[in-house]
Design a protein around this ligand. Structure first.
Ligand code: MG
Length: 251
């Protein structure tokens, strides 16, 4: 089954902020439409930003190939996994670094996603918000197993502990997803600096209440900071809609 080939990215926006608590911003984002991504680095003063940067670099390098062959996205994350592990071995300052990565290609009416960690992809459609990715975190896995309630997960002390990250293990398990897009769909990629302090309804409210994606991106960062800004916060938003062949060609 193929998606609507007349759908293309018509609007794109991103915002990133250090938040109110952290000293530096170790989140990274990529806007190379139809490829978009976020990465949330961890591991020391230098390591986090380096790991997230290596993930984004690998995705950017895959760029053109990834838009025609989504398996190139998977290969890019495997390559980033090796590059981060190698850099961490070579430089003691970078020991223990790793990163989440959530990357999407919106092409031919289809959303292709690859995902490791607790950054998220959401789909906003017809006034509703749907979380497309599953968090690879200790508490999310407990909720999925039924050993922890969703309410208890929100304030659980281990809520930031992730179970998968690029750069940590030689073998990395990467989620790959495919969703058919519809006209006017908005895709949101974000780090946990948004999804931690702001719930899904709050995210939807900001997006639905903003005239442009640019305003929505800024509004989401503001909302996270108003809720305490406990972490670096990064959002990337893309809207698809029907375009004529000529409009698509001339951009
Ligand atoms: Mg984070």
């Amino acid at each position: 089954m193929s998606g609507r080939s007349d759908l293309a990215v018509i609007e794109l926006a991103a915002a990133s902020d250090v938040g109110r608590v952290r000293a530096d911003n170790q989140d990274r984002e990529l806007l190379a439409p139809p490829l978009i991504a976020v990465a949330d680095g961890m591991g020391g003063h230098l390591g986090g930003g380096t790991a997230a940067g290596l993930a984004v670099d690998a995705l950017r390098a895959a760029g053109a190939a990834a838009t025609s062959d989504p398996t190139a996205l998977l290969e890019a994350l495997r390559q980033a996994n090796r590059a981060i592990a190698r850099a961490a071995t070579d430089d003691p300052d970078l020991t223990g670094m790793g990163t989440t990565a959530t990357a999407a290609v919106l092409e031919g009416g289809i959303l292709y996603l690859v995902h490791v960690g607790d950054s998220r992809a959401y789909l906003v459609r017809d006034g509703r918000i749907i979380q497309v990715t599953e968090d690879h975190s200790v508490v999310a896995e407990m909720v999925r197993r039924g050993t922890l309630s969703a309410d208890a997960a929100e304030n659980h002390p281990a809520r930031h502990v992730i179970t998968r990250a690029l750069g940590v293990d030689a073998d990395i398990e990467i989620d790959a997803l495919r969703v058919d897009l519809e006209p006017a769909d908005v895709v949101l990629l974000c780090t946990d600096g948004l999804s931690g302090p702001v719930d899904d309804d709050g995210i939807l409210e900001v997006i639905e209440g903003s005239a442009t994606l640019e305003a929505a991106a800024t509004g989401l960062v503001d909302r996270a900071n108003a809720a305490g800004g406990p972490d670096n916060v990064t959002v990337v938003l893309a809207r698809v809609d029907a375009v004529t062949r000529e409009a698509a060609a001339t951009g």
